[in-house]
Design a protein around this ligand. Structure first.
Ligand code: SF4
Length: 386
């Protein structure tokens, strides 16, 4: 059973999650797209042989190995996808896939991927109705294709993860979306908090106060939901969980959420070079898909060396290098804020996460720039790579 597998806990050595952007080709033009996905495959994409070599490098990161996610673009656009999944599964990796909601993800192809060893499928569902979802995805019919993927996953008994983006456009649907999750055999609801970069730069962000309400709602839901809940780019969910757990403890109630989360996921935040590494379609290694800072390329560099020893990666794993409210925060070791959002908002990846409403005791400075020593700040490029 997939969820009984162990995953890494020492993030200085081994990431929890490796994401490979197998291609940027995608038929959709989603309004929040990080990658500015393109209609056709880039001839410079990693080849099948290079993909196999990357997979071997991922397996070599440690034991237990990271969770390995094949994403895009739309990974279904790669004809060698089943071979890549088989190579990864045979190497002992837990392999997840994030197909786009298009006609490319047929039942036959998903069955082929399951036979090849796929462990989980993650599908984006951003609205409770076809109209709401398609407006976000900008393709009429995307909801229908997404539901077909979900139905196929259920029929194939493939563990199902649903990804939902929170922005001002989708916030009104949060409760309805939670009801939708309860009506499906979902393993994990992954709630993604918008980063205003790529096409997502044109979308309206929710406020920090609204984010706090969403995180509190997710905590309440986690106490009874038959599925796991995780946040993406909102690591302060870890802080909210800890605060709410203390309240339960003070009231003499058991720590249900912590125990449930322990079974399902890492009990600290995972993201932005800290438990997380992103390999783009041409092999660049970045701390995240939202932090466009290539620190090497798997075509000629070792993934393990970059993740463990590169200055940017090491600094992103240093809570004491953080600035602003995050640098002063007692939760910085388990949360640390979204470095991607700090970078998108301020150009400084070590600044405070502007989507967090928490103010550490005695901290009242405005959230603008990093307070990290200049020696630490210098290794974080201020501009996205071209
Ligand atoms: S201030 Fe920063 S480290 Fe503290 S809870 Fe908020 S995002 Fe996390």
């Amino acid at each position: 059973m997939e969820l009984q597998r162990r995953f890494p806990t020492n993030f200085d050595e081994t990431p929890f999650l490796v994401i490979w952007e197998t291609t940027r080709a995608c038929a959709l033009a989603c309004v929040h797209c990080r990658a500015d996905a393109i209609p056709c495959r880039d001839p410079q994409e990693l080849t099948t042989a290079e993909g196999f070599a990357l997979i071997d490098q991922v397996r070599g990161l440690g034991t237990p190995p990271p969770l390995f996610v094949l994403t895009g673009g739309d990974p279904m656009r790669r004809p060698d996808l089943a071979a890549l999944v088989r190579h990864a599964a045979d190497a002992g990796l837990t392999v997840a896939l994030t197909p786009s909601g298009t006609a490319a993800a047929t039942h036959a192809r998903l069955a082929e991927l399951k036979d090849a060893g796929l462990s989980r499928i993650a599908v984006s569902l951003d609205g409770p109705t076809p109209e709401a979802h398609d407006a976000f995805r900008r393709v009429r019919g995307s909801h229908m294709w997404t539901m077909r993927i979900i139905e196929s996953a259920i029929a194939l008994d493939l563990p199902l993860q649903i990804n939902t983006t929170i922005s001002r456009l989708t916030l009104p649907y949060l409760h309805q979306m939670a009801d939708r999750m309860a009506g499906m055999p979902v393993t994990l609801w992954a709630v993604f908090f918008l980063i205003q970069t790529g096409r997502g730069a044109a979308l309206d962000q929710i406020s920090a106060a609204e984010c706090e309400e969403v995180l509190s709602f997710l905590y309440d839901l986690s106490l009874t939901a038959p599925f796991g809940i995780k946040t993406t780019e909102a690591p302060h969910y870890q802080r909210v969980v800890q605060q709410r757990e203390r309240q339960r403890e003070a009231a003499g109630l058991p720590s249900l959420a912590v125990e449930r989360r322990r079974q399902l996921r890492a009990t600290r935040s995972v993201g932005d070079g800290n438990g997380f590494v992103f390999v783009d379609h041409v092999g660049h290694v970045c701390p995240s898909g939202f932090l466009p800072m290539p620190r090497g390329n798997v075509r000629h560099d070792r993934l393990a060396d970059i993740y463990r020893h590169d200055d940017v990666f090491r600094t992103l794993r240093s809570p004491d290098a953080l600035g602003g409210a995050c640098g002063a925060c007692e939760f910085r070791h388990t949360c640390g804020g979204s470095r991607s959002r700090a970078f998108a908002a301020t150009g400084d990846a070590l600044a405070a996460d502007p989507l967090c409403a928490y103010r550490p005791a005695g901290y009242d400075a405005p959230v603008t720039a990093s307070a990290a020593p200049a020696t630490d700040r210098r290794v974080i490029p201020l501009q996205p790579a071209g």
